[in-house]
Design a protein around this ligand. Structure first.
Ligand code: GLN
Length: 538
């Protein structure tokens, strides 16, 4: 079949969950046997979100091919169980860069380069890139931002043109917000009507409206919205707050979203989606009564989107281990020797978070020391792993000034050091060690046992590495380097085998945990945390 293009736009306010709606629809179409991909177009000028502070835009997600991407790509992968790449996330910066490169090359020689047609053509070319591979029946394109934003105008113009060119092979889903006014005890659809008008003004007629709401929207009100907005009544769908985002595909299916989309695009609708595995996950999620309590020590705890993939990975693992996840965020900047016991003693397991720079680092050492001495299941990720190494050097090897050269360029005990390949790099954007690399695990290690194999591939995002000059001293003292890159021998995993579960990974396993395929290392960490909890309760 010809590739079908579904555009997802948003109105009224941001943060409505376009990514979740796109992912849910993709899940339903996949479960019906179609081949689906989702891509996100972000209207900001940054080339990618890699240089953004997590406070600005939440976590930076990393794809297998080493693209620093919007966190929505994490949702796409977790819902669809399908890997994304650089082609799935495009920003205004990338679009302009490509157009300007073409201009310099002389591709537009003699012409004035303009937003229309040159920028819009470049957007259209990128929208169709994945569809043109022939690998997908449906390409879902999420347009970042809100209709009416100056920044998203060229994207909406590109969508308008594409809809005209693609005809029935395209469709637009518009997501809006229906507020509930407590004082009046009323739901209000006026913002939705205005938002659809704005979309119509730029020449786009939505086919489906998804109304985000905290209260059930009566059928009569939905029909009214349909009438005002030129949309079929069955295509006005509500998206009520859900106990878990993973419930949303079912909520959309119950209201016929997938069926409407398929029929509207002239595709034969032969089978119901097979959601058996998905439902099995949801059943486990809702029936779990026992709790596993995990502390996450990091410095971006005010904004939980900063650790999105980690919290989701923990939730997948807890669910498959028949437990409810109780995740407690612990501010590393505020953690001291005085209060560490009070803050951590209740935890069944502790995560030492990834990160950059000095701020909050001393609190991570405090947490690690306490966890090591009290034998708490502990999992350090990226900077978390590096901190595990530094703490061990300081407090076990007796190297008081041990550090990473990221924090102290002068230290002689540079147990974590800048990678050789990073030394000549001055540009900050897209220059870290990024994407998936192989890691060979020692067969007796906890990590190898968790994965059930000795060769794994996980994703990276770092500039610094374990300094192998110190390897023998660490191993003699009891911290083993149990995972390394088979080509470069870079240390990827460290463990203290004599502890219950004390593992640090230079890579980020959280980028590869999905609802249908939880990450084995997170599974094993949660298992260890549950076992520890049961031991404490005996
Ligand atoms: N700042 C460290 C490095 O660049 C760790 C990065 C991270 O935690 N993602 O190596």
């Amino acid at each position: 079949m010809e590739t079908k293009y579904i555009f997802v736009t948003g109105g009224v306010v941001s943060s409505l969950g376009k990514g979740i709606i796109s992912s849910s629809l993709a899940r339903l179409l996949l479960s019906r046997g179609y081949r689906v991909t989702i891509q996100k177009f972000d209207p900001y000028i940054n080339i990618d979100p890699g240089t953004l502070n997590p406070y600005e835009h939440g976590e930076c997600y990393v794809t297998v091919d080493g693209h620093e991407a919007d966190l929505d790509l994490g949702h796409y992968e977790r819902f669809t169980n399908t890997q994304t790449t650089r082609a799935n996330n495009v920003t205004t910066g990338r679009i302009y860069q490509s157009v300007i490169d073409k201009e310099r090359r002389g591709d537009y020689l003699g012409k004035t380069v303009q937003i229309i047609p040159h920028i819009t053509d470049e957007i259209k070319r990128n929208v169709k890139l994945l569809g043109n591979t022939g690998q997908f029946d449906f390409v879902i394109t999420e347009i970042g931002g809100t209709v009416g934003d100056i920044e998203s105008t060229p994207y909406l113009e590109a969508v308008r043109q594409l809809r005209w060119e693609l005809g029935d092979n395209s469709l637009c889903i518009h997501l809006t917000y229906v507020p509930y006014l407590k004082a009046a005890k009323e739901l209000k659809t006026k913002p939705t009507q205005h938002s659809v008008k704005l979309l119509q003004q730029v020449g786009i007629q939505p086919d489906v409206l998804v109304l985000r709401t905290e209260q059930d929207i009566p059928m009569g009100m939905r029909r009214k919205v349909a009438q005002f907005c030129n949309v079929a009544p069955e295509a006005v769908i509500q998206s009520l707050d859900a106990p878990t985002i993973y419930q949303v595909p079912l909520m959309m299916h119950e209201q016929g979203l997938d069926e409407f989309v398929i029929k509207k695009m002239g595709v034969e609708c032969h089978q119901e989606p097979n959601l058996e595995a998905w439902n099995n996950f949801l059943a486990k999620l809702s029936s779990a009564t026992k709790e596993v309590k995990i502390g996450l020590v990091g410095k971006y705890v005010e904004l939980q989107d900063a650790y999105k993939s980690i919290s989701e990975s923990l939730s997948h693992a807890a669910t498959y281990n028949d437990h409810k996840l109780k995740l407690v965020y612990i501010h590393s900047e505020k953690l001291t020797d005085k209060d560490v016991e009070e803050k951590l003693s209740d935890m069944d397991g502790v995560i030492i978070a990834p990160g950059f720079g000095q701020r909050g680092i001393e609190g991570k050492f405090v947490a690690i020391k306490w966890c090591r001495e009290n034998d708490i299941p502990t999992f350090g990720i990226c900077l978390g792993m590096q901190c595990i190494v530094i703490e061990y050097a300081r407090n076990v090897l007796g190297l008081a000034d041990a550090n990473s050269t990221e924090m102290d360029t002068a230290t002689k005990n540079n147990v974590i050091d800048l990678m050789e390949e990073q030394k000549g790099i001055s540009n900050m954007g897209g220059t870290m060690r990024l994407g998936a690399y192989d890691c060979e695990l020692h067969p007796e290690s906890k990590a190898a046992k968790a994965y059930g194999k000795t060769l794994v591939s996980e994703r990276h995002r770092h500039r610094f590495e374990f300094n192998s000059d110190f390897r023998a001293r660490f191993e003699e003292a009891g911290m083993k380097c149990v995972g390394e890159n088979p080509k470069t021998h870079l240390v990827e995993v460290v463990e203290i085998p004599e502890k219950r579960w004390f593992v640090g990974t230079q890579y980020h396993p959280e980028y590869q945990s999905t609802v249908l395929d939880p990450n084995p290392l997170f599974m094993d960490f949660i298992k260890a945390a549950i076992a520890f909890k049961e031991e404490k309760n005996k």
